[in-house]
Design a protein around this ligand. Structure first.
Ligand SMILES: Cc1ncc(COP(=O)(O)O)c(C=O)c1O
Length: 421
């Protein structure tokens, strides 16, 4: 039993176990992103003369397109947009159905097979409520976006991790899941294009997923937040694969492909009964996104040029980054999708220490800390399945000249320290 401190509120022992129980708020562990923030602050304080090169940001650097912002300005003044939106307006759902047909060849009934959400994060948080009872298993890929797993735990469920490794081409090995886990499994959460690995899913993999889900009575949730940022194949949808709509739903977002990250708008689509269950849970959590945002988002979805432009920009930046890091001795390849480069973390730098001595790292986190503190280069480390660094190309740069200058500055800091693998 934890001792309560004098400074603790009387309700300290009342916090639910799912957020730490009576220990809530008293932990001393420092999480990855906080460590990065602290190291950034230190780098800025220790080396004010050195520009911080920030490849750690996981958010689009641009505002939503001007036409979308203008539409929003109009919609905000319409009295009919003022109220609760509940489970969403038909105009948004119809624009989604048009987009799914145009971009992916997926025909949906906008009334029953589409529901908006206040960003895909909230949908991933709510979908476990539709299926998970205590003891049920959710299969989640690692590294990955953990929200559906956190909520699985909140409902008394258990997460079974599927590592995404280079050896398996960053696809989960569905055949390696033990039979006793499969009997308890209700959900398989996938994410392609994958964050952070940048891998896109070949249609054959999705076909295997459909067969696997049917064989083991599992529901599939495919997180397509980065769908429009696909480079090695045309943007595609899980739902386009035969049988997919019988086994699950896909969750989409306007955050990444449409530069609308702060607007909080996305959708769930696929099997009618799952969409309905999601809408029922959602109806008990929120009252819908502001109708003006839904209208502006519908206009964005009807403009196929927007995601094309976003995709071209991030592809260009990733190509420059991969070329520059390769010249510096990193072992990287152009990612299939997303705005992340996920690349093996060096075990050390042959000339990275004081006076050109060598430095070694026990994991990606140590390497990332070195890069921030010693080189003022910010990355995000991943040690869940091998040691990798994530470079994001969402840095702020007004034009291509500025992008090139940033690459040149990064190269000047990395070119002589010689990564060792
Ligand atoms: C893989 C993945 N899924 C979902 C989200 C959530 O996106 P949003 O809630 O902005 O739609 C993110 C955001 O970073 C993400 O990377």
């Amino acid at each position: 039993m934890l001792e309560l401190a004098m400074s603790d509120p009387y309700f300290q022992s009342l916090f639910a176990e799912r957020i730490g129980g009576a220990s809530y708020g008293k932990g001393t562990a420092i999480y990855k992103f906080e460590k990065i923030k602290r190291a950034k602050r230190k780098a800025l304080a220790d080396h004010p003369e050195r520009k911080l090169l920030d490849f750690g940001i996981g958010e689009n650097d641009a505002m939503a397109p001007e036409g979308v912002r203008r539409r929003m300005a109009d919609e905000i003044n319409r009295p009919e947009n003022r109220g609760y939106a509940d489970n969403g307006i038909p105009a948004f759902k119809e624009a989604v159905a048009r987009l799914m047909q145009r971009e992916f060849g997926v025909k949906l009934d906008s009334v029953t097979e589409v529901n908006h959400c206040i960003g895909s994060k909230t949908a991933l948080a709510m979908l476990p409520a539709c299926f998970v009872n205590p003891g049920d298993v959710t299969l989640m890929t690692v590294p990955g976006y953990p929200v559906a797993g956190t909520h699985t735990g909140y409902y008394g469920g258990v997460v079974y991790k599927l590592p995404l490794s280079a050896e398996n081409d960053f696809l989960p090995d569905l055949d390696a899941i033990p039979a006793d886990v499969l009997t308890k499994t209700k959900l398989l959460v996938l994410c392609y294009p994958n964050s952070p690995t940048g891998k896109t899913a070949p249609p054959e993999f999705y076909e295997r997923v459909v067969a696997f889900a049917k064989k083991h009575d599992i529901v599939v949730i495919q997180d397509a937040a980065h769908a429009m940022l696909s480079y090695d194949r045309a943007p595609h949808s899980f739902l386009a694969v035969p049988g997919a709509r019988e086994v699950g739903v896909e969750v989409h977002s306007l955050s990444k492909g449409y530069d609308m990250i702060g607007w909080r708008i996305g959708w769930v689509c696929g099997h009618e009964r799952i969409v309905r269950a999601f809408a029922d849970v959602k109806d008990n959590c929120d009252s819908g996104q502001f109708i003006a945002i839904q209208q502006a988002a519908a206009a964005a979805l009807d403009d196929p040029e927007i995601p094309k432009r976003t995709r071209a920009k991030y592809r260009r930046r990733l190509e420059k980054l991969v070329a520059m890091l390769t010249r510096c001795g990193f072992k990287c390849q152009m990612p299939g999708g997303t705005y992340f480069l996920y690349t093996p973390s060096p075990k050390g730098f042959a000339n990275g220490g004081p006076g050109g001595s060598s430095v070694d790292f026990e994991n990606a986190e140590a390497c990332s800390q070195y890069l921030i503190t010693e080189q003022s280069i910010c990355t995000v480390p991943w040690d869940d399945a091998g040691a990798f660094l994530r470079f994001s190309v969402t840095y702020e740069a007004a034009d291509e000249k500025t992008e090139d200058a940033l690459m040149a500055e990064t190269e000047s800091r990395l070119k002589n320290i010689k990564p060792v693998f």
